[in-house]
Design a protein. Structure first.
Length: 127
């Protein structure tokens, strides 16, 4: 009798976990659908940096990837880490300056304006 109750308890707990996971997955799909609608509107009104066909294709691909749960949302920490990874590709003499620009530099501009400019100032002694 005790085993039966334990088995039922475990099965009930597993069912509850599946329900919660399903609800979370449905919420992610709903968020992805809303994001797709926003991106689609930007494509149609012409305010994206791409031609309409490319923009709509990218938005649809992002929605499909989100439905497969293969699309990660990009937070500030992810973007910063990607920027620092790009610094690693530079020669050692330039790498330190790149990291300083990412972590402490002044940022201006946007992708729509043609690029993001990161700058930092460091005094250098005359040779």
């Amino acid at each position: 009798m005790n085993r039966l109750l334990r088995s039922m308890s475990v099965a009930g707990g597993a069912a509850a976990l599946l329900f919660v996971a399903g609800a979370a997955s449905a919420a992610k799909v709903s968020e992805a659908q809303a994001r797709y609608q926003q991106e689609r509107a930007v494509c149609i009104n012409g305010t994206s940096n791409q031609d309409r066909a490319t923009c709509l294709k990218e938005a649809a691909a992002a929605l499909q990837e989100a439905r497969r749960e293969g699309l990660a949302t990009s937070g500030d920490s992810t973007q910063k880490q990607n920027s620092l990874n790009r610094c690693n590709a530079l020669p050692a003499q330039d790498r330190e300056d790149c990291v300083v620009r990412i972590e402490q530099g002044k940022t201006s501009g946007s992708a729509q304006q043609g690029g993001i400019l990161r700058e930092s100032e460091r005094p250098v002694a005359k040779p």
